[in-house]
Design a protein around this ligand. Structure first.
Ligand code: LMR
Length: 397
């Protein structure tokens, strides 16, 4: 009966994690999946999270159903983080926001909405992008194409090609953008480049879909939203998917959000109703545990400040690892320029390693990178960095 079912060979990122877990070598290093590990190699439970978890256990909160769109405090917290607490769009109720199952869930709900209400719209993603962007949008029935982005020659952005590409797109096309910490390259547009990109988007009536999964890991929590806030200030209608997986270290609790900024409060009301309908049909309502944690941390000023500091500790540790890797590799192979390690931002570095070199790292050294050469810098620590640098130098010879 099921003999014609096609086998799914697995995901290039999550499949790698499965392989890593099965690897019995003690010196193995996981630099594949986008997860922050602390200097001892563990996924941290943030102190602000521990505080609210203790409160929650003490209270024995009942396991009730949540509203389809999630806790009101959670949704307000998403809006304030993304748009700034005093933003006119928030005050005038022009933003439809739902809690989602992580950033992936937000992307999928957004894609479902686009497919239903704008069925002709094609989506354009950066070349390269996080592979699941393509799967999620195609899975919702949307045609996906790539726009020029990464330039391996300069280890920068193909900015002229990108602009030319956007200029010839049909009005209403969806442009998937990474407001900060581009995944997988770690290369972000400058503020001036964002201004130029958004001018073209406005001029050509394109629709930005901004996916922000690493807020706080680039510059800081507010500055990382530059492109989002600028777009809203320009009066653009935008979709924003956000995630607390990384910046609250709540990966398994699936905490994210989708916000759609609309021209009027009435349109936001209509959009909100449809997002709820989509949720009802897909999974009815979100799980409460992670939602409760986010709500309680983000809406308590003391815990919020503590959270910000904890995000910056993670950000700074990644930066320190970037500098150290750069120093060690540069000293080992002086003829090659490794400065990209310190220029790239966020968790990821596009190393330029070929699939063969990545494979050698895995097979010979137990060092796991994504096949496209993406390395998660947050998997490096003071105990493994020399080992990884030596292994990389070996395969680069
Ligand atoms: C990543 O890019 O590694 C993360 O976003 C995790 C994932 O789901 O792929």
């Amino acid at each position: 009966m099921f003999q014609n079912v096609k086998y799914y060979p697995g995901d290039p990122i999550l499949g790698l994690m499965e392989q890593y877990k099965q690897d019995s070598r003690s010196q193995k290093v996981n630099l594949g999946v986008g997860v922050y590990y602390d200097d001892t190699g563990h996924v941290p439970v943030l102190e602000c999270v521990k505080t609210v978890e203790s409160q929650m256990v003490e209270k024995h909160l009942p396991h009730e159903y949540l509203p389809m769109e999630g806790f009101p405090g959670y949704r307000q917290a998403c809006q304030k983080l993304l748009f700034g607490s005093e933003h006119e769009a928030i005050k005038t109720n022009r933003i439809a926001t739902i809690a989602s199952l992580g950033g992936s869930g937000a992307l999928r709900i957004g894609a479902e909405f686009i497919h239903q209400w704008f069925p002709q719209a094609k989506t354009y993603v950066s070349d390269p992008t996080w592979g699941n962007h393509i799967s999620i949008f195609e899975g919702a029935g949307i045609e996906v194409h790539k726009y020029p982005y990464y330039d391996p020659e300069t280890i920068g952005i193909k900015f002229t090609e990108l602009k030319q590409f956007f200029l010839q797109l049909e009005a209403g096309s969806i442009i998937l953008l990474h407001p900060c910490c581009h995944n997988p390259t770690g290369i972000d547009p400058t503020h001036q480049q964002w201004d130029e990109i958004l001018d073209i988007i406005q001029q050509k009536q394109l629709i930005p879909f901004m996916d922000i999964a690493y807020q706080g890991f680039g510059d800081d929590i507010d500055t990382d939203t530059y492109a989002i806030r600028k777009a809203v200030d320009m009066g653009l209608c935008i979709y924003v998917s956000n995630s607390f997986s990384k910046n609250l270290s709540m990966y398994g609790e699936r905490v994210g959000g989708l916000s759609i900024v609309c021209p009027t409060a009435e349109e936001a009301r209509l959009v909100q109703s449809q997002l709820k309908f989509t949720i009802r049909r897909l999974y009815s309502n979100p799980p409460a545990y992670g939602g409760n944690v986010v709500d309680r941390v983000m809406n308590n000023s003391q815990l919020f400040q503590q959270w910000e500091q904890e995000v910056y500790i993670m950000r700074d540790r990644i930066r320190a690892m970037r500098s150290r890797l750069y120093e060690v590799l540069q000293a080992k192979i002086p003829e090659r320029d490794f400065s990209y390690f310190i220029k790239q931002r966020g968790m990821f570095s596009f190393t330029g390693l070929s699939p063969q070199q990545v494979n050698r790292l895995k097979k010979e050294f137990g060092v796991y990178l994504v096949e496209n050469g993406r390395m998660c810098m947050a998997g490096l620590n003071t105990s493994n960095i020399e080992y990884v640098a030596n292994a990389m130098a070996e395969v680069l010879k």
